[in-house]
Design a protein around this ligand. Sequence first.
Ligand code: AMP
Ligand code: GLY
Length: 438
Amino acid sequence: MELPRKVLVVGGGGREHALVSALAASPSRPAVYCAPGNAGIAAEAEIVELSPDSAVGIERLLEFARSSAIDLTVVGPEAPLVLGIADRFEEAGLAVFGPPAAGARLEGSKSFTKEFLARHHIATAAFEVFEEAADARRHVESCPLPVVLKADGLAAGKGVIVARERREALEAVDAILLERRFGEAGRKLVVEEFLEGAELSLMVITDGSSYLPLETAQDYTAAYDGGLGPNTGGMGAFSPHRPLGEPAMQRVLQSVIRPTLAGLREEGIAFRGVLYAGLMLTRGGPRVLEFNVRLGDPETQPILYRLRSDFLAVVTAALAGTEAPPDETLARQVLEWDPRPAVCVVAASGGYPGSYRKGLRIEGFDAAFQSTPPGELKIFHAGTARGPSGEVVTAGGRVLGVTALGATREEARRRAYRALEEIRFEGMSYRRDIAAAE
Ligand code: AMP
Ligand code: GLY
């Protein structure tokens, strides 16, 4: 199969830096562009100063892709997918890796997802959907505790409340439906049964029917050590996760991934991209907590850093679907991984996930690389930019994803933290317990 020669990555965080690196490493040597990118991505791809975070932004990017003859667009974040970037690019005849808006609803609307799961008999927590606070309050007055309350729409990972006390649950109803703490995302409220078990995330690359599971990773979403503090986009991750065991993996694939893809097909949704299932492994089997319709951030950083296969070939196979030559279909791809574990620790701006300053000079990159054997450290940039005299400065809440390989998880972890000691910017903070033994 001929591989795309001009590839555009959409987004500007750590996940997109990892995508850019993986795509640029293809032996076919594609030209890689990234919109809007960041200071680290700028060293590996051509920056396109456009942000497809609105319908107008998507049209501008489409214009760029057309006029520059981009032959593959890979979408990192969920927001443009929910806005329909894949639909617009496909209508214009451009290849895009990422589902259409109808498929992105699996992430964009929790009530849609719950109803989809119910329609297709896929196991999930029992639930009810409310629009009226009075109805929701009445339900929550008498339901078993703990209970889980979820704002329907996109809330940057912050719209889920696990209430252990009735008062907390009632407050959450008011915060979401009356005070609109999550804005329009809280037009509807999903109230669901609390599930117990071990959590597992699984990402698969799919052409809509076949799928290829990626290596596993564990991420850390709480802001502070020991899982304390507010939820964030993710403060670190390591890959592989503790081994799940082949029977459990097969069970997840058979009881969740396959029926979800079949359900999407039945509903006429051509889902090409990444399906990310957040699961609870309960005593009664795996149940879906949520779906994402893109790669996880920061899980992607340690996962793709370990990938030895040509990621561009995998994405190309997913887009070709059944049109791919028989021995090059997605189902025939075998992913090869570096057996060594990778650990990614996120350096964040002081104050994140609350308010924080930007434009602070970041120093110590060279010393960080000198602290680690060559080829075993990668600093993925997230919120970074170039300052007035070309220096790298902070430009977001999550700033860097310092990612190291090691013979053991412990060695990878030590290396990531050793490198972090060399990096400095005012207010820099990070968790100390990423990938620590429990
Ligand atoms: P979600 O964004 O839906 O994955 O929810 C965020 C986190 O809330 C999950 O990773 C779980 O830790 C927790 N959670 C969500 N739904 C449930 C549930 N039904 N039972 C127990 N914990 C849940
Ligand atoms: N790290 C969680 C996510 O990407 O949604």
